[in-house]
Design a protein around this ligand. Structure first.
Ligand SMILES: NC(=O)c1ccc[n+]([C@@H]2O[C@H](COP(=O)([O-])OP(=O)(O)OC[C@H]3O[C@@H](n4cnc5c(N)ncnc54)[C@H](O)[C@@H]3O)[C@@H](O)[C@H]2O)c1
Length: 252
């Protein structure tokens, strides 16, 4: 266990699985106290157990990130418990049921935009005042390869992930002079709860992996490594950046 984040507090949304879980584990491994949050209580509590097993400090607080009052409560609970907020990983997200633009129903649009896009606005809205009060902090918003490209059948998901990048750049400019760095991370196809369905569809998995120049899916740990870097002091002059971790797919 390293001490790079000793005395610091992080909140991670969607930390009951995949990229969020590995980010929470990695930050705790570096010495941060981590508020693990998810809509899935069982998954979140499992992440806390994993952190505690490796002698890290973590606590679970449930939150549906699309609901303003729940996000406000989560951030307040974090500060009440740990006294400060240094790092925030706004990671929770969902994929969408594939659908053409005409066939996409409004309820599905609202669900995906609420969980993937509005949530990032809500999280930053309630996280930033605590960082302002202490004169600094680091926020990492999780976007996607879909934040750069279009893909047929994914209108709401693509809109949400493009939007996360736009919000990251705008908020980064608003708070740069206050020592708060706001960056995004853009994973490519990554092994996580979101992609477990591919286990049952090996041919589709092979087709998708064929699009990745490095010839494999990412691991959630690969993304967590980027999250830790963006949160840490070695990225102290980095803000408004989108860190792409995708085995080369975006540039292909
Ligand atoms: N896995 C990939 O290939 C991939 C690629 C690009 C981007 N991403 C992004 O990475 C992020 C993390 O996803 P993942 O791949 O780890 O998937 P995952 O399904 O393993 O984890 C997502 C977590 O978010 C939680 N969640 C869902 N709705 C929520 C809500 N309303 N409130 C709070 N939590 C909620 C889920 O319970 C789950 O624990 C997402 O934003 C996703 O869009 C994933």
């Amino acid at each position: 266990m390293s001490t790079r984040f000793e005395g610091k507090t992080a909140v991670v949304t969607g930390a009951g699985s995949g990229i969020g879980r590995y980010s929470a584990l990695a930050l705790a491994q570096e010495g941060a106290s981590v508020m693990v949050s998810d809509i899935d209580t069982q998954g979140g509590q499992e992440t806390v157990r994993m952190i505690q097993e490796s002698n890290g400090e973590a606590h679970f607080s449930p939150c549906d990130v699309s609901q303003s009052d729940q996000v406000e409560n989560l951030i307040q609970a974090t500060v009440d418990r740990y006294g400060r907020l240094d790092c925030a990983i706004n990671n929770a997200g969902v994929s969408m049921r594939p659908s053409s633009t005409v066939e996409l129903d409004e309820a599905e649009w609202d669900r995906v935009i609420g969980i993937n896009l509005k949530s990032v606005y809500l999280c930053m809205k309630y996280e930033l005042p605590h960082m302002q009060a202490r004169g600094g902090g680091a926020i990492v918003n999780v976007s996607s390869l879909a934040g750069f490209r279009g893909k047929a059948g994914t209108l709401a998901y693509t809109a949400s992930k493009h939007g996360v990048i736009g919000m990251t750049k705008t908020a980064a400019l608003e708070y740069a002079s206050e020592g708060i760095r706001i960056n995004a991370i853009s994973p490519g196809l990554t092994e996580s709860g979101m992609t477990t369905g591919l286990d049952q569809r090996p041919e589709l998995a092979d087709d998708l992996i064929a699009l990745i120049p490095m010839g494999r899916m990412g691991l959630s740990q690969n993304i967590a490594d980027g999250v830790v870097w963006l949160c840490g002091d070695t990225a102290s002059f980095v803000t408004g950046h989108v860190l792409v971790i995708d085995g080369g797919q975006t540039i292909a």
